[in-house]
Design a protein around this ligand. Structure first.
Ligand SMILES: *[C@@H]1O[C@H](CO)[C@@H](O)[C@H](O)[C@H]1NC(C)=O
Ligand SMILES: *[C@@H]1O[C@H](CO)[C@@H](O)[C@H](O)[C@H]1NC(C)=O
Length: 688
């Protein structure tokens, strides 16, 4: 104990030196630049349940908040990012995945809290850990967009896909002002459903940007689209055959002939589109997909199971009619109240605290994209440069796997149409179980996933993370007669294999040390923070250097806090702690410090492990704060940020709580809920 503390002090002194040398220059720069670009103001230090339910070594380093993009119309995008957990089974990569949910108008907090993010929300409104989190293999950034979706806000609405791309590029520009050390990371986009429109559009725009700005290229590496809505009319042609094959409908359905007439009408539209596909003009009969989409509406209203509607996102399930799936997944009912807790909104550093709803009807209504070609038109250009993966849970109706495969059959990319005969259908074996099949050729990968819904990562978190292994070629191939199998494994299994291999020959050189990350060995920590001092120039470690700079800021703050604490401790012999708080005047300072204490407390390998507990104890003693639960902060937050500043503006344009469509007339309510296509565009268009 004693020696531990002494060691901590040594480290602290060491940190002081390095901070003075390096950390201070960071502060200088930040003062010069704008305060709004400081990472610390985006730090998420706590959430309900975080320290109780999430294993200490898995508590992610998180940032969240608003980035102002267009001051002239108050466009602010909200993001929540989770830095890769390098205490897991995989060494830290230089990889960033931007995740987008669909709608249009559905929040990417679905992705963060129900799908690929490290946290999920339980019935007590507390976070728990998602063992399939993608943040073990990449940094994750969840962005609420377009404007007025989720926590993003502004005085305008978006109508076309071009606007999506401009604003997203602006978002990236602002994001990398806050996190410049990540600017050269490998970038992937991933998302779901209507993001099958956003992602190719943004991807294409980034590739164009790279050509226009050869010195400022984004390192875009690939796109992953889950149950994507890519070619609306074409995909709608699959509803009848798909539902029939799934045994949901047959020719005895009363409305069967009615359905067939709709199908025929849609077929005519699709043929018309095919005949002009390559003229690259925007034709109304293509951008308006109402007729084709109405096929699904009809199916859902006729094909009832026990009087209930089939859940259009997972046909194994039912839902009330006419919601037909918008009450699903059940986590909507925990995530919604969670994100509306004042405490949570404070922790997420919201500038404007609007009411969170999974999908915002007005965004959907405004976003018709009537002058935007469906994203299928961009695939050829994109695939010439980077890979795209399309993955489909096979129990989804709305963006079903059959429609996607038919679409690919017709698609021309990289010099040929569809997958060639040479591209075999391969089994995908994940950790010993055949879990789907894969086709892959000429930069396009198609993955069909068995027993999964519209939200694959919701159903199968660990398997969904392994999609990245498929994308990155991190698999082995086995062949049995004609059957080719792609084998991927859980991270744990991968790590164990690695260990075996390492053990077998003899110890290699130092690079293997990284593989031992899973043991949360505190001993590594000093070595790491020592080592960086001399080698921070190494270019190969851009991210690491960035993190170290951040570390130094933390270190410096730690030192300031320690010195201050000692002073305060001394002072507290004479006066009560509360009086210190009061006379300290600026509440916001207190909050920051408490935040830092919390930050320090997490066993981040960036941090020397010994001195934090000392500081924490000191702080806790002073403030009477119990471990990891800073309830006092919440009260402070409101005062500090002065919501009123924004409230004046906000009433003019924020659409959230008051005249909420969902709470309006029953008819429009259902239509809108359907319209949520992580979730899809279809019903609102029909109805309104
Ligand atoms: C596929 O993507 C790679 C980059 O990953 C690119 O170099 C190549 O030209 C693309 N095209 C084909 C046909 O593979
Ligand atoms: C899918 O579900 C069925 C029925 O529940 C089950 O028999 C089958 O083993 C499952 N397949 C996979 C790959 O999980």
């Amino acid at each position: 104990m004693v020696s531990g503390a002494a060691y901590g002090w040594l480290l602290l002194l060491f940190g002081l030196c390095s901070s003075v040398v390096n950390g201070l220059s960071v502060f200088d720069r930040r003062d010069d630049a704008d305060k709004k670009y400081s990472q610390t103001s985006y730090l998420v230090t706590n959430l309900p349940g975080l320290t109780e339910n999430v294993p200490e070594e898995h508590i992610p380093l998180m940032f969240a908040g608003h980035l102002e993009l267009h001051p002239e119309n108050q466009t602010n995008y909200f993001f929540w990012s989770f830095k890769q957990d390098d205490k897991g089974y995989v060494p830290k990569s230089n990889r960033t995945i931007f995740w987008l949910n669909g709608g249009p108008g559905c929040s990417s907090m679905d992705g963060a809290l129900m799908e690929v993010g490290p946290l999920r929300v339980n019935r007590e409104n507390k976070v728990t850990y998602n063992p399939g989190s993608w943040h073990e293999v990449a940094d994750l950034v969840f962005v609420d967009q377009p404007v007025n979706t989720g926590f993003s806000y502004g005085s305008i609405y978006t109508h076309e896909l071009d606007e999506i791309t401009w604003t997203f590029l602006k978002f990236m520009e602002e994001y990398y002002k806050v996190f410049p050390e990540e600017r050269d990371n490998e970038i992937y986009f991933a998302g779901e459903s209507y993001a099958g429109q956003y992602i190719p559009y943004i991807g294409k725009r980034l590739l164009d940007y790279n050509k226009e700005n050869p010195d400022k290229k984004y390192n875009l590496k690939g796109l992953l689209i889950g149950n994507g809505w890519i070619s609306p009319n074409e995909q709608s042609m699959s509803y009848i055959p798909f539902c029939r094959e799934a045994g949901l409908i047959d020719e005895h359905l009363p409305s069967w002939s009615h359905l067939l007439r709709k199908q025929e009408k849609c077929q005519n539209i699709v043929s018309r589109i095919d005949s002009v596909f390559s003229d690259d003009k925007v034709h109304d009969f293509e951008t308006n997909s109402d007729d084709c989409e109405s096929i699904l509406t009809s199916i859902l209203s006729d094909a009832k199971k026990d009087g209930n509607c089939i859940n259009m996102y997972d046909y194994r399930l039912t839902d009330l009619y006419p919601q037909c799936g918008s009450n699903w997944p059940p986590d909507v009912h925990t995530v919604t109240p969670f994100l509306n807790l004042p405490e949570v909104q404070s922790h997420l550093n919201l500038v404007y605290k609007n009411k969170w709803r999974e999908c915002v009807g007005r965004v959907t209504l405004n976003f018709k994209a009537r002058n935007s070609l469906p994203s299928i038109h961009l695939f050829n250009d994109i695939l010439a440069e980077i890979p795209i993966m399309m993955f489909h849970g096979d129990k989804d109706i709305i963006c079903n796997t059959m429609g996607a495969q038919n679409m690919i059959k017709k698609l021309e990319w990289n010099g040929a149409r569809g997958f060639s005969d040479a591209a075999p259908v391969m089994d995908w074996d994940f950790n010993g179980t055949v879990s789907g099949f894969i086709k892959l050729e000429r930069n396009l990968t198609f993955v069909n996933i068995y027993n999964a819904s519209h939200m694959v990562p919701f159903d199968l978190p660990e398997l969904s993370r392994s999609l990245l292994d498929v994308m990155l070629g991190n698999y082995n191939i086995t062949q049995d007669n004609d059957k080719i199998t792609i084998n991927t494994y859980t991270l744990k299994r991968q790590w164990e294999e690695q260990q075996k291999q390492n053990a077998a020959p003899e110890q290699d050189d130092s690079s293997d040390i990284d593989e031992e990350k899973p043991n949360p060995t505190n001993e590594d920590t000093p070595t790491e923070s020592n080592g960086d001092d001399s080698s921070s120039s190494s270019e190969s470690e851009n991210t690491a250097t960035g993190n170290r700079r951040f570390t130094r800021i933390i270190q410096l703050l730690v030192i300031v806090v320690v010195i201050w604490s000692i002073y305060v401790l001394y002072a507290s012999y004479k006066s009560r702690p509360q009086s210190i708080i009061k006379t300290n005047g600026r509440l916001s300072n207190r909050k920051k410090i408490v935040q830092w204490a919390d930050q320090i407390e997490t066993p981040d390998p960036l941090q020397p492990t010994h001195e934090p507990s000392f500081i924490k104890k000191t702080l806790n003693r002073l403030f009477g704060v119990s471990r990891g639960h800073y309830s006092s902060v919440n009260g402070v937050e409101d005062i500090e940020l002065g919501e009123n500043i924004l409230n004046n503006v906000a009433d003019d344009f924020i659409i959230t709580s008051d005249d909420e469509y969902d709470e309006g007339s029953p008819t429009s309510s259902t239509d809108l809920q359907h319209g949520s296509p992580h979730r899809q565009p279809e019903h609102p268009r029909n109805a309104l």
